[in-house]
Each structure stands twice: as structure tokens, then as C-alpha cells.
Design a binder for this molecule. Structure first.
Ligand code: AMP
Ligand code: ZN
Length: 112
């Protein structure tokens, strides 16, 4: 999508600090880290939010989770939290599906 910041990041029109890339997804460090390790995994395909996951694109979501596990192991991370905000009330600010991966500090539950 032409006016989507994460499509532009995936297409390298906007610079980012890469963590991992393959044909289906791209992972890069968050600009405003909320934990010692905080990166985002995005599908290269534009999916606006988790509400738009369906049978046609669900495999990409599974792939993203497999990538998260692979990258976590590469970074030596044994405990992490994956967060997807869907919709404004949940805190979504960028409307391109993304998985926050947070690690390196104690996490609270329930989340605020
Ligand atoms: P959310 O609020 O769940 O939609 O998350 C959007 C995330 O994208 C926030 O954590 C931002 O810090 C992050 N973000 C926004 N723009 C960039 C960028 N250009 N590079 C890296 N992270 C970004
Ligand atoms: Zn997009």
C-alpha cells in the first residue's frame, strides 16, 4: 500500500535496523523500544490489522511466529512476549499487521 509506513520499510524506501528478512516477512528494531530487546515482525504483504487475518493469509501469520522463535534463538533470547495491538483502543498506531517481540526485562500481567 503506497501510503503505509511499514510497506515502505519492508520495501526499503524508509530505513530501519534489520533483524531478519525472507520472502514473506521482515523484522526490524522498534524506534521506541519498550524493553532491552524490542523488534517488530511484519508480513511483507499489507494486512491492516489482526481482524483481517483469514484463511487466505493465515499461513503468513504462522510463518511470522516461526520466524520469531528462530530469531529469538539466534539472539539468545529464552523468554519473550509477543504483542499485536488491533484497533485504536488497543493501542494500534500503525495499520499494517505487526508483532512486537519484547524481551530482556520482567513483564507484568495483566498488561496495562
Ligand atoms: P503499534 O502502536 O502497536 O501500532 O506499534 C507501532 C510501533 O511501530 C511502535 O512501537 C513504534 O515505535 C514503531 N515504529 C513506528 N515507526 C517506526 C519506524 N520508522 N521504525 C521502527 N519502528 C517504528
Ligand atoms: Zn502496509
Amino acid at each position: 500500500m503506497s501510503d503505509c509506513i511499514f510497506c515502505k520499510i519492508a520495501g526499503k524506501e524508509i530505513p530501519s535496523r534489520p533483524v531478519y528478512e525472507d520472502d514473506l516477512c521482515y523484522a526490524f528494531y522498534d524506534l521506541e523500544p519498550q524493553a532491552p530487546t524490542h523488534f517488530l515482525v511484519i508480513p511483507k504483504q499489507h494486512i491492516a490489522c489482526a481482524l483481517d487475518i483469514d484463511a487466505s493469509n493465515a499461513a503468513i501469520v504462522g510463518h511470522c511466529y516461526a520466524v520469531i522463535a528462530k530469531v529469538a534463538k539466534q539472539l539468545g533470547i529464552e523468554s519473550y512476549r509477543v504483542v499485536t495491538n488491533c484497533g485504536e483502543q488497543a493501542g494500534q498506531t500503525v495499520f499494517h499487521l505487526h508483532f512486537h517481540v519484547l524481551a530482556g526485562r520482567d513483564m507484568t500481567w495483566p498488561p496495562g
